[in-house]
Design a protein around this ligand. Structure first.
Ligand code: HEC
Length: 169
């Protein structure tokens, strides 16, 4: 009887401690904003739907996955352009390495960057309605890097609301 109580107590305590730690970690992470745009890492983005994977050749040698929140996914499915306010797109990137268990397979190695584009047509009117954020280990990259985002997206995909990624068939 006593032992059972102890076990329950231990389980409840460690669970509370674990969730307190997780909450704290994601709080600190999500509050550091990108320069220029003030974009933060959105909670729960790892649960978003996959839009498409991508692979980048040398020198970056990366695997990427572009994910979208619910508003983004609906806009993709309906073919809505421009994307509505509230759309958030995430791009996760890793170095690519070959699988230690099966060499021909290319798998994610170390994580490199996590990037976001947030649609708010009033707040970000000067940059096509998009705010940008690039994060390395949960911390935003510097201002110089954030000066490059819109220029490249604008030069290449202005006619697609500044978004490169198409829904993977
Ligand atoms: C030199 C060009 C270039 C620059 C600079 C650039 N991007 Fe991109 N971005 C791309 C390409 C190409 C893709 C398509 C996916 C891929 O191939 O990785 C992309 C995709 C994205 C996506 C997914 C949505 C989409 O458009 O497909 C996000 C989010 C993103 N970039 C954020 C950023 C942020 C934040 C910065 C600045 C810190 C940035 N990008 C700078 C070329 C660029």
């Amino acid at each position: 009887m006593k032992l059972t109580h102890l076990a329950v107590f231990a389980a409840v305590t460690s669970c509370a401690l674990a969730s307190a730690f997780v909450a704290h970690a994601s709080d600190t992470e999500s509050k550091v904003a990108s320069p220029i745009y003030g974009v933060t890492i959105p909670d729960g983005y790892r649960q978003w739907q996959l839009i498409a994977p991508a692979q980048e050749a040398a020198p970056l040698n990366e695997l990427r996955a572009v994910l979208g929140n619910a508003i983004a996914v609906r806009a993709y499915r309906d073919g809505t352009l421009p994307f509505p306010d509230g759309t958030v797109l995430a791009k996760l990137a890793w170095k690519h390495v070959s699988s230690p268990e099966f060499e021909p397979a290319t798998i994610p190695g170390a994580a490199t960057t996590v990037q976001f584009m947030v649609k708010d047509s009033n707040k970000y009117a000067a940059t096509g309605g998009w705010g940008f954020g690039r994060f390395v280990d949960g911390k935003p990259a510097d201002e110089a890097q954030h000066r490059t985002c819109f220029a490249c997206h604008q030069a290449r995909v202005k006619n697609r609301d500044f978004v490169f990624t198409r829904w993977a068939p």
